[in-house]
Design a binder for this molecule. Structure first.
Ligand code: GLU
Length: 304
């Protein structure tokens, strides 16, 4: 069993991230699994080494350890290029020169989702694959196929992909896109179990498809941890004030107790260590992951 922490070092670890990290850690430590740390610094503009250091420090402060830190995504370009070539050889990639403006004009996309945002303009293969432009995945007609690879079997998939939901694999500026990088990494690093935030739930069927297409018949099992919400019903973020787990006056054990309570592992938010939660996880872990949202403002001792 292999799991991973996969933070994007584009900001600090807030309560929502920390609770997902705790759940991912408990899933591995309850089963003698192996935990990897992977910095998902795939976005060169937004990723910063100081944020990566902050994540390492905050995970350690909470008592969440890992067995190995694997290569950050910024060093894995050659592998992503190989995977892109593999997909292209299967006829699944096209070059796209639409600007953001072109796309905004063509569709009104649901916000925060990778789906429904592409009008399909360049999917006819009008641009050569060795020229400029972004690279998009040509989602096949039988994406929700009739055979054994039927992606509707994925239990955590609320969304349905339409044919015009062509996902970016590499941006026009050459940067690799999350969907490709995360699948190639999970595949190469032998990840078998993923716990991540519910905001990524829509991506699960697409990533299963990419795993299978890139030769992994057994994609990782994916579970989605609840999102932590502020008093206004939006996910905790900077606008709510001091939402970093380390920005409070709390001791680590108090923070872990609050995280455990928020996840529903403990009825009371009393201080504890992650190790002390392993039995609670065995009893309540699945229920924890079935919960959609945590009303953080109702019990976090912070001005939110
Ligand atoms: N790096 C992503 C994030 O921080 C997580 C990706 C994943 O777990 O698949 O939101």
């Amino acid at each position: 069993m292999v799991g991973r922490f996969a933070p994007s070092p584009t900001g600090i670890m807030h309560w929502g991230n920390a609770s997902t990290a705790l759940a991912a850690w408990l899933q591995m430590r309850a089963e003698d699994g192996r935990m990897l740390l992977r910095m998902e610094d795939v976005d060169p503009q937004r990723s910063k080494p100081e944020f990566a250091d902050g994540w390492r420090r905050d995970l350690s402060w909470l008592g969440l350890d890992w067995d190995e830190e694997v290569a950050p995504q910024s060093q894995r370009g050659p592998r992503y290029a190989e995977a892109l070539a593999n997909l292209a050889a299967q006829g699944l990639v096209f070059a796209c020169r639409c600007t953001r403006r072109d796309m905004e004009d063509a569709v009104s996309a649901p916000h925060g989702s990778f789906m429904g945002s592409y009008p399909g303009t360049c999917a006819d293969g009008r641009w050569p694959l060795d020229g400029p432009g972004a690279r998009r995945l040509r989602i096949p007609h039988d994406f929700f196929g009739r055979d054994g690879a039927n992606l509707r079997d994925e239990p955590a998939a609320p969304g349905q992909l339409a044919l015009n939901d062509a996902v970016v694999l590499r941006r026009a500026d050459g940067a690799w896109a999350y969907q490709l990088a995360v699948v190639v990494d999970d595949l190469d690093q032998g990840v078998t179990h993923i716990v991540r935030g519910r905001d990524l739930e829509d991506s699960a069927p697409l990533q299963q498809f990419l795993h299978r297409t890139l030769g992994n018949p057994q994609p990782p099992q994916v579970a989605h941890a609840p999102l932590w919400m502020g008093p206004d019903g939006h996910r905790l973020s900077k606008r709510h004030g001091s939402v970093g787990v380390r920005n409070s006056e709390l001791e680590a054990a108090q923070a872990v107790g609050l995280l455990a309570h928020g996840l529903g592992l403990r009825d009371r938010p009393d201080a504890c260590t992650p190790r002390e939660l392993i039995d609670d996880w065995r009893a309540r872990g699945p229920a924890t992951l079935a919960c959609g949202e945590v009303a953080a403002a109702s019990f976090l001792p912070l001005p939110l």
